[in-house]
Structure formats: C-alpha cells, structure tokens
Design a protein around this ligand. Structure first.
Ligand SMILES: Cc1cc2nc3c(=O)[nH]c(=O)nc-3n(C[C@H](O)[C@H](O)[C@H](O)COP(=O)(O)OP(=O)(O)OC[C@H]3O[C@@H](n4cnc5c(N)ncnc54)[C@H](O)[C@@H]3O)c2cc1C
Length: 276
C-alpha cells in the first residue's frame, strides 16, 4: 500500500516546527521515518501534514553540560555507534547503538523518534530508563523535562501532548564505580527483541537500576532491587541473584506465561553476569 495524501513541511528552525505542530492537531512529526514510514504506507497513520524535523540543526546538537550529556532528538543511532557524539556512559550507549537493527536503519533512526514511538522492545526505551535519563519536551506553550520512566506510559504510548516535540535527551554521567550490563534476545539478528534487561549496578553504593523490557507494556523498573540479591547489593551480586525472586517479580508485573518469565529471568541473569 501507499500512504494517504499529506502535506509535507521541512522547517529549518524549532520555532517554525512548533508553530506548524501547534496549528494543526493532525500534523505528525517525522524524524528518521523508520517507524512512521511503514505506518504511513500501511495507512495506520493518516496525518494531514508531515513535519520533517531533520533540517533543524538545534536537534542535532550534543554537548556535555555539568554532570550530564545532552543529546539532540535527531542524533541517530549511527552517530552514537560511530562515536560522533560525546559519551558519559563509559561506552554503554555506543555498544547498544551498534546492535540496533542493521546499519541502514541506524543511519536514519533517531533517539527522539525511538523514544516517542515507545515500542516496548526498542533498545533506547529500556537502556535510557536504566541510565535514568530525562527527555526535554517543547511546544509553543513551553518547555518541560520528564524522567524517561514517566515518559513511556505503555506499549507505543508516551506522555507527549499534542503539538509537543522531544527536543533532547539528558543522560547522567555514569559513576566510575557503576557496572553496566545489557542483554537482549532476538530470534533473528536485527529483529526486535522478545526479552531485554538493562542493569546499572554499583556495589560500592549498594544501589542498582534494573530495567526489564520487551514486555507488552512500559518497561518495568525493579522497585526494590536488593530483594533480588537476598536483601543486599554487594560485589557478589552475580552469585547472590535469586532466580525465584526474579520469577515472582515478573509474575507480579503481569507475566502469566511461565516460559515467558523464564526467558526474561535468563536475560536478567545474563545482563547481571555481563555487568559483573
Ligand atoms: C527493520 C527495522 C528494524 C528495527 N529494529 C530495531 C531494533 O532492533 N531496536 C530498536 O530499538 N529499534 C529498531 N527499529 C526502530 C528504529 O531504530 C527507529 O528508532 C525507530 O524506527 C524510530 O525512529 P525514527 O527516528 O525513524 O522515528 P520516526 O519513524 O520518524 O517516528 C516515529 C514516531 O515518533 C514520532 N517522533 C519522531 N521524532 C519525534 C520527536 N523528536 N518528538 C516527538 N515525536 C517524534 C513520530 O511522529 C512517530 O510517531 C527498527 C526499525 C526497522 C525499520
């Protein structure tokens, strides 16, 4: 199939883009087009107007500001993979980017597009939640910042309001003592994952952010991670990890199928091993 007819605009500055979006509730943002393109072709999306944001230089900026990295929404997966932007995650983001889909998708797919699309199996959705990132959102009525854990509210659902754009992603600097692990499991290379776990764990501060993704919902951030390790996060976390507690936690998160829980627990165990 081919898309329904639409108007196309490619503004060069952010204000112009926001005005277009603010004036037309049926306008749709296009960044890399890697998800929106198929949705248009299948007529799952039939906007009156496409606002292509890839000519807006401000959305391609990347800079370290204090203790965080600010990445413009139109930074591509390939920009991160190739090291064209600074890194504050000790290489964690670069490793993730290199394993998203295949190179043609990575050349065009953007951070902002991936997060706004909110596919539960998208890599950045889980990874940036584990890294405790925030998104900056802008519309003609103002600016706000939202923690990624609050931004993604369900499968393919974000808290973006009509006329609002993701302009940047703020990624906190990873502590020198924090260890990182990320595992996804796919049936075929380059496909979306059916199990994902991102782990940022710091035995020196006994803290951890553990995120389970590729569910039929928003990623699960483990609320009390110490429970997974017998009540204490220390340097032995790889061996104290309790698969029964992890299985119960996934059951509580609504995963009723034991085989699915087994996949997610195994992926979690492998992510912890990688971190260690
Ligand atoms: C074959 C294939 C395999 C893939 N495999 C993977 C994979 O393994 N892992 C993975 O994580 N991803 C995968 N993807 C998705 C891809 O990586 C892109 O990140 C994703 O398609 C969205 O990014 P985009 O820039 O192309 O957004 P678009 O397709 O342009 O837009 C997607 C949605 O986000 C909205 N949007 C875009 N930018 C913004 C913004 N700044 N503010 C507000 N709304 C915005 C659009 O209106 C649209 O609703 C795959 C895609 C394809 C085609």
């Amino acid at each position: 199939m081919k898309p329904a007819p639409f108007d196309y605009a490619r503004p060069r500055d952010l204000d112009a883009a926001l005005t277009l979006l603010g004036n037309n509730a049926s306008a749709k943002v296009m960044a890399g087009g890697q998800s929106l393109g198929p949705m248009l072709n299948l007529r799952l999306a039939q906007p009156e107007q496409i606002v292509d944001i890839t000519a807006i230089d401000e959305l391609k900026l990347a800079e370290i500001s204090g203790d965080e990295l600010v990445l413009g929404a139109c930074i591509t997966h390939a920009d991160i993979e190739d090291g064209r932007v600074p890194d504050v995650t000790g290489g964690a983001m670069r490793g993730v980017a290199a394993n998203i889909a295949y190179r043609a998708v990575r050349n065009r797919g953007t951070l902002g597009g991936s997060l706004s699309h909110a596919d539960p199996a998208a890599d950045w959705v889980s990874v940036l939640t584990a890294l405790d990132a925030r998104v900056a959102l802008r519309s003609t009525s103002g600016v706000r910042q939202v923690a990624l854990g609050d931004f993604i509210v369900g499968a393919l659902q974000s808290c973006l309001k009509s006329g609002e754009l993701v302009t940047a992603v703020h990624v906190p600097k990873r502590a020198a003592t924090a260890q990182w692990g990320y595992i996804k499991t796919c049936r075929k290379t380059g496909e979306f994952a059916h199990g994902q776990c991102a782990v940022l764990i710091d035995p020196t501060t006994a803290s951890a952010r553990i995120v389970i993704g590729a569910l039929d919902a928003a990623p699960v951030v483990v609320a009390e991670p110490a429970e997974l390790f017998g009540g204490r996060i220390d340097a032995n976390y790889k061996t104290t990890f309790d698969v029964r507690v992890a299985d119960r936690l996934l059951g509580d998160a609504g995963i009723v199928d034991a085989a699915q829980r087994h996949i997610h627990v195994t992926v979690m165990q492998r992510a912890l091993r990688e971190a260690a």
